[in-house]
Ligand binder design. Sequence first.
Ligand code: SF4
Ligand code: SF4
Ligand code: FES
Length: 324
Amino acid sequence: MKIKFNIRRFNPDDSKLNEPYFQAYDVEVTEGMTVLEALLKINEEQDPTLAFRKSCRSAICGSCAMKVNGFSKLTCSLQVIPEYKKKGRMVIEPLANHKQVKDLVVDLNPFWKKIEKVTPYLTPMDKEHEERSVSEEDEKTIDQSQRCIMCGCCNSECNALEIDSKFIAPAALAKAWRFVGDVREGDKKKRLERLSEEHGMWDCVRCIHCTQYCPKDVAPLKQIEMLRSSAMKAGILDNPGAKHVEAMADSVRRVGRLDEAAMTFKTLGFLRSIGMIPFGLKMELHGKMPLPILFPKIEKIEEVKKIYEEAAKQGTEQEKKKEE
Ligand code: SF4
Ligand code: SF4
Ligand code: FES
């Protein structure tokens, strides 16, 4: 079966063509052939100048990640024919949110710098911490985050990273939980404080893309949620992210739904909220927000309060169990 591959190419050394462009290759594919094997075939039979990364060919090293038909995938574990039958095309591009260096190769330096920022190794406080054994139960907490192969698919699909290149991004956050969640780690609070700073974990917009496109089921968003929850339990509350969570919980407890105006004041403080007034007025005009002063409670608000009371009771019981 012959399939047309449209590949996004770029050669910074070509003075005539220094813009990315698409080049088509017709490839004879066989049953079971992976996208990476097809690229190698192009390389060997048609165009030795096509650049891309690969190594293990077994979904272990993470180096062959690219965008296939718009989504970040490991090309060594993606078969051509089923993908082509599903999408009706074969478009290969470099990972997004990374600078294209040449053809399908991207600059991963910013990716590694973000990983470095979360101190990707244990920092036990003392000998006792270092030698503490890790029970099966403790291991389960960090197991998923340990599966990462650093392929970059999650960062490539991250909406928050797309608008802010300084955002720490999901791969590094999943790695951060690997150490914050480790019972032997001695610097948990310091790590959580650093992650709560600007461009840190609270900038994630919870689009779930990182979890959806991770080929190793690391579920970065789940690790981010655990980091956030640990930070709040550790009393790291003086930042817009934690304030927003508190304001949201308070609003639902008070009126049974989101009181946007009150939440803005509690999250941003008085002075910064003044800048939001024109936006608030627009929402008001479009019927998106009830008048903040006369914010009505929902019917049966007492039922909502009971849920909060029950959740608090369960939380206390869980804490007690942990202490035992
Ligand atoms: S859930 Fe958060 S970290 Fe994950 S891709 Fe979306 S914005 Fe990025
Ligand atoms: S979390 Fe998943 S998608 Fe992100 S770098 Fe690790 S393995 Fe790749
Ligand atoms: S070549 Fe190693 S993960 Fe694909």
